[in-house]
Design a binder for this molecule. Structure first.
Ligand SMILES: *Cc1c(COP(=O)(O)O)cnc(C)c1O
Length: 472
């Protein structure tokens, strides 16, 4: 027994590391004795990051009724597909070597054109707001080409904040119009501001109250008779897929949020994609490249007569395209069913909750609706922000709050199509429970959340004196 150990040269005898450990070729000035990084084993590192991720809330953990954001289920198979080797191409790959990827983009363009009803499209913009800016640049260049000096863009008071911001960035003046008692655009208010200076109206339909603009055809007629264009903010497309489309409603420029309607994940700032589709007469103004197909080859077409230029480099956010395309193919005709269920689920929640919270616009809703916490604030001294935090104790992500701005103490709820009736009933129960606690024991709600890793924070101090440095 002893000899087998004696005979062994031990680990020193294994002569594998010599070549690697010869570092004499590295200049001395580049060598470090200490690197100042924590010395940790793989297990410790894994546990650290897993622990951090466990602190996060995500759709895998619970309900996420974040109005306007469409936090629908993003099929896991999409991740698998977008990670396929052939899709991980170098940004500088030539068209010849990227035929498969270009084909996917081309097919996605066509699918989105069919769904929106529009005539031409760019996949370039990497977010909804980026799409808005692209669309407004197209509108600006269109009027410049006609040598018409139109300086104003009309935007309803219920609009998402990015709408006026995008129009302003493109040099337009914003004219805000008030919504009527039904939460829709007031036609008289629109007529009152419509003049030769108006380039366009930016509309969201259904709007951010979750209400369908019934007068959209009339609005389109008025705008077009005035020589103006209509921009469609398609962030709420989840409500209408397959039922109608922006072309039929009379819009000229449209953006859609792939990361909302077409099941690609978002949050934390991206990546997203906000393709912009236009009617025939605006086709030549699209940003380049657009993906075209000729003589058996897909290619990036940079040759548009009046293009506004390029708004994104290389292939755009390509992995988002793969996921959206996979979703569209998987759903097929069921896209329509997704919208139907999204609308059904929202109306179900609205009807069940309106006895407990104010509902300022009591209309049939589309895929989302907006409650108000005014009653709780007035009667119990509990604000919408407290109700939102109380929901965190129910393993639910808070809804969108304080938006749209025209609803005081707004609580904007979008269940999406992908939740079960059991989950919706559970949420209804939680909201009723919170309303009861507001009445009976408001302090519990005011002190919420109680169960999250970080409890009530001092938001005022955090906003006024942000501490942005990392401390170990
Ligand atoms: C999300 C949203 C936008 C902006 O989209 P991003 O992709 O976040 O830039 C614009 N309008 C509405 C109504 C939205 O919900």
């Amino acid at each position: 027994m002893k000899t087998i150990f004696e005979k062994s040269n031990g680990i020193d005898g294994i002569n594998l590391t010599n070549e690697i450990s010869d570092i004499s070729f590295i200049p001395k000035s580049f060598l470090r004795n200490e690197i100042g990084l924590p010395q940790l084993g793989e297990l410790e590192v894994m546990r650290h990051y897993k622990g951090l991720s466990d602190l996060n809330f995500c759709i895998e953990k619970g309900f996420y009724p974040l109005g306007s954001c469409t936090m629908k289920y993003n099929p896991k198979v999409n991740e698998l597909l977008s990670n396929l080797e052939g899709f991980n191409i170098h940004p500088a790959t030539s068209d010849t070597d990227a035929q498969g990827c270009l084909k996917l983009m081309y097919n996605l363009q066509n699918a989105l054109l069919e769904i929106t009803g529009m005539d031409a499209i760019t996949l370039q913009p990497s977010a909804g707001a980026h799409g808005e800016m692209t669309g407004m640049m197209i509108i600006k260049k269109y009027f410049d080409t006609l040598k018409e000096k139109r300086t104003k863009v009309i935007i309803p008071d219920s609009a998402h904040g990015t709408n006026p911001a995008s129009a302003k960035m493109c040099g337009f003046d914003i004219v805000e119009i008030k919504s009527n008692s039904k939460g829709q655009i007031d036609i008289e208010a629109l007529k009152a501001v419509l003049d030769d200076d108006v380039a366009a109206i930016m509309m969201t339909n259904p709007n951010t109250l979750g209400i369908f603009e019934e007068q959209v055809e009339k609005i389109s007629e008025l705008m077009h008779a005035n020589g103006s264009l209509l921009y469609y903010d398609g962030a709420n497309f989840n409500a209408i897929m397959g039922y109608t489309n922006p072309k039929l409603m009379g819009f000229d420029v449209v953006h859609i949020n792939l990361h909302k309607t077409f099941a690609t994940p978002h949050g934390g700032g991206g990546p997203g994609a906000g393709p912009v589709a236009v009617v025939e007469k605006l086709k030549e103004f699209l940003p380049t490249p657009v993906i075209d197909f000729e003589q058996g080859k897909y290619y990036r077409n940079y040759n548009l007569k009046s293009s506004i230029g390029s708004v994104k480099d290389f292939f755009g956010n390509f992995s988002v395209f793969v996921k959206a395309y996979a979703y569209i193919l998987m759903m097929g005709k069921n896209l329509k069913k997704a919208s139907k269920n999204a609308v059904l689920n929202a109306n179900y929640l609205k009807e069940k909750l309106k006895k407990y919270y104010d509902l300022p616009y009591d209309e049939p809703c589309m895929h989302e609706f907006v409650l108000s916490g005014e009653k709780q604030k007035h009667d119990n001294g509990v604000s919408t922000i407290n109700i939102a935090k109380a929901l965190m104790d129910k393993n639910t992500h808070p809804p969108t709050v304080y938006f749209p701005l025209i609803v005081h103490e707004a609580i904007m709820i979008e269940p999406t199509e992908s939740e079960t009736k059991e989950k919706l009933d559970e949420f209804i129960g939680d909201m009723i429970d919170i309303a009861a606690q507001c009445r009976n024991n408001p302090q519990v709600i005011l002190d919420s959340p109680h169960t999250t890793p970080v409890q009530k924070i001092d938001e005022v101090t955090a906003a006024r004196h942000p501490d942005l440095k990392f401390k170990s």
